[in-house]
Design a protein around this ligand. Structure first.
Ligand code: NAD
Length: 360
């Protein structure tokens, strides 16, 4: 039976980087006879322009029916002034929560060819390969009540709520343990259990789940220390599991260790490993339309799609190898460029990956 992949290019550089990822996806589809059928729709600002909303009901239905979704990025200044409920980012939050995509996997891998592009010393980051598992559909980004109000003395006050249920914590902890089991067998759970009640429950539940994973070494770290350790000695980590807010911040921090956010893919999975795959970066309006964006994060998202939703590790590894070969050839988009390398645009980078993959 054919497998349906829904492609949502999005806004800004989204369509440019997606065009390259689709070339790669079409090639692996042929090369490994995968039987994928691709279909296309809109999300974010592009959906607002076409349907009047950032996620149309029919698009959501298509996403539900698909076996996997590949997304570019959403957002842009032209939609900053529209009603908050219609902004592009709302489409993204809605599709994640409606599809129950609670587990966000963000690998931070430093390609040895790019060690010089990191802001840290090469010896601190060379060989870096960590995976951050972030809870994506709960916590403070979704917690109710939340409001801004006016106090009796006339000043404004605002508050948010950070709720986590036992089942939300245990299911993301299990993803963390499962990932650690097939990697370096080390899981670090990040919380703020010295201050937050939600973190105290988080730590208790993670320790309970750990009983099912005696082969995985579990440690706990407060988030402030984790932020420090990530820049001090990032290679001490294998898999980190954390909540929505902490994961948002730590995964962006980890991404910079690798030189450029333009290199980093991500996966967001539901309980059955159905997933949405996207680069970690946004729609980069500052460089949109210039043909200079780095498409490698989106191309590597195709690799994650093959690995996590379809268990196609050979085809996934081939894409990663092709990316590595292209970096060996010295090809660099502007964000990862260093003197002596060959600067290329988005399409030339995509074509080079396709050529390398074809020859493997
Ligand atoms: P951004 O990630 O879009 O850009 C940050 C910086 O990184 C910019 O200088 C940009 O040029 C650069 N950059 C990003 N991707 C790149 C690539 N592939 N190649 C080369 N350079 C790249 O973040 P931002 O500027 O904070 O946000 C811009 C828009 O994207 C906003 O509307 C924001 O809401 C949205 N956004 C969307 C997502 C998403 O779709 N998942 C994530 C983050 C931000």
């Amino acid at each position: 039976m054919s497998k349906q992949i829904l492609i949502l290019p999005g806004d800004g550089i989204g369509p440019e980087i997606m065009a390259e990822a689709v070339k790669v996806l079409e090639l692996v589809n042929d090369k490994y006879s995968l039987g994928f059928e691709l279909s296309f729709d809109e999300l974010g600002g592009a959906a607002y322009e076409k349907y009047g909303v950032p996620l149309a009901d029919e698009t959501l239905e298509r996403a539900r029916a698909a076996d996997a979704i590949l997304l570019g990025a959403v957002g842009g200044p032209q939609w900053d002034k529209i009603e908050p409920a219609l902004r592009p980012e709302r489409g993204l939050l809605k599709i994640r929560s409606q599809l129950g995509l609670f587990a966000n996997l963000r690998p931070a891998i430093l390609y040895p060819q790019l060690a010089e592009a990191s802001s840290l010393k090469p010896e601190v980051v060379s060989g870096l390969d960590i995976l951050i598992v972030r809870e994506l559909t709960g916590g403070i980004y979704f917690g109710q009540p939340r409001e801004t109000l006016v106090l009796e003395d006339g000043q404004r006050m605002a508050y948010d709520t950070l709720p986590y249920s036992e089942s939300e914590i245990s299911r993301i902890a299990r993803v963390g343990f499962d990932m650690a089991r097939v990697r370096g067998k080390k899981l670090c759970s990040v919380d703020k259990a010295n201050v937050l009640a939600s973190s105290q429950l988080w730590r208790t539940v993670v320790m309970e789940v750990a009983k099912d994973y005696p082969d995985v070494e579990l440690s706990h770290m407060y988030v402030d220390n984790a932020a420090m350790q990530l820049v001090r000695a990032p290679k001490q980590f294998d898999v980190m599991v954390t909540d929505n807010l902490f994961g948002d911040i730590l995964s962006d921090e980890a991404s910079m260790l690798t030189g450029s956010i333009g290199m980093l893919p991500s996966a967001s999975l539901d309980a059955n490993n159905k997933g949405m795959y996207e680069p970690c970066h946004g729609s980069a309006p500052d460089i949109a339309g210039q043909g200079i964006a780095n498409p490698l994060a989106t191309i590597l998202s195709v690799s994650m799609l093959l690995r996590y939703s379809f268990n196609l590790s050979e085809a996934a590894a081939a894409i990663e190898q092709a990316v590595s070969l292209v970096l060996d050839q010295g090809l660099r988009t502007g964000d990862i460029y260093s003197p002596g390398m060959t600067k290329v645009g988005t399409a030339a980078m995509g074509d080079a990956v396709v050529a390398a993959l074809r020859n493997l």
